[in-house]
Write a protein that binds this ligand. Sequence first.
Ligand code: SF4
Ligand code: SF4
Length: 434
Amino acid sequence: MSTAQATAPAFDSQGKLGNEERVEEAMHGFVREFGVTAALHMESCVRCGMCAEACHFYLATGEAKYTPVYKLEPFRKAYKREMGPFAPIYRLLNLASKVTIEELENWQELIYDSCTMCGRCTMVCPMGIDIAELVKEARHGMFRAGLIPERLALMDRTAKAWSSPATPAEDLPDIVEEIAEEHGVEIPCDLEKADYLVTVAPAELGDHTKALADAAKIMNKLGLSWTMHQEGFDASNIGFIDGDTDLQERLTRNIIDTAIKIGAHTVILPECGHAYGAARWEAARWYGHQLPVRIIHMTEFLAEVIGRGDLKVKPIGETGTFHDPCQMVRRGGLEAAPRIVMKALGIDLHELKDTGNLGFCCGGGGGVVSNQRATPLRYKVFEMKMRQVDDTGAKRFITSCGQCRITLDMGAKHFNWDKRPESLLEMVADNLAD
Ligand code: SF4
Ligand code: SF4
């Protein structure tokens, strides 16, 4: 592993490949991703610049290199040279030069540190170019080349060994028992049969244990048959984030195969946006057919049980504003669910200026929050969110993604802000009616 000094572009590398081999691996990875959709996207950009005005990293810094379209430059170069309709001519006349190792090294910061794959640029692009998806596909090539941020590589290695970047799978029963004892709630683990498999994000086994205990409190109050299970418990899926598609598949299969094994009809995902992207929207690609189990986000589940009248909550009667997690709302389509829950809680919702599908990212998605060297950039983005929240005049600041909560919490502490992001799940559990 090497980390460049402050004056040089920030990049890390893994493994022992030489520079040429890294470029080859990256190109193979990129070429593998150039399906019809990616090719159409590559061909249809009209350079209108609208995506720039959508990206929080560009808006917070004003730096041209952070415009979404610039972030795709090496990918586009690879496409033109290797796969585009005029690729042989481009190669013959050297009209599109070969991607170099320096370009890939510089690129690492652009697609890992300054892109959260939030999809806000995708929403505004008049040509329908899914830049967030292209960045995700570009990461697949970068992973193959051993050119990802070391923090993510470390989490990847840990998840390969433990099935989770947080804890070895076999330790789960003991950890769950401790959390159950600490919060005075029953948390079933490793049951052979259950209707619901409840999963977590790493923070719920560490800093956010109350969220897990509160999920248990709600499941128990509803009288449902449920369990956690060491064979499939961590839904956060680092492979989805860092570009390691083999690991992504393995982590997804852990959850779904475990649900099938115990006869669960539903997997409940934690308050985690990327878990929703990986397990809800990408899982079927590993199975090749419709999944035999239902996969829902915790917020979706709460909206359903509250909407049906199965779960009753007491009104809080305070003003609040809501941060829409990108992978859950913009990329995942769950804009209404948190608002149904907040309405039931009697929250007088003061929406942010940019909200719902057009809400700004917390700045930490796509692994950025785990990537220490991106911290200064993340704080610049956080300031935009902080201003928008203050402008609402709302008392409570609510979200339904643990990773967003961590990112926003770090920003709040850094700026000595008088607000802290709160979990919608915890708010429901704290206000259950008899
Ligand atoms: S908004 Fe779309 S068409 Fe316009 S520059 Fe960005 S990617 Fe290209
Ligand atoms: S996906 Fe989000 S972070 Fe990435 S370029 Fe687009 S707007 Fe910026």
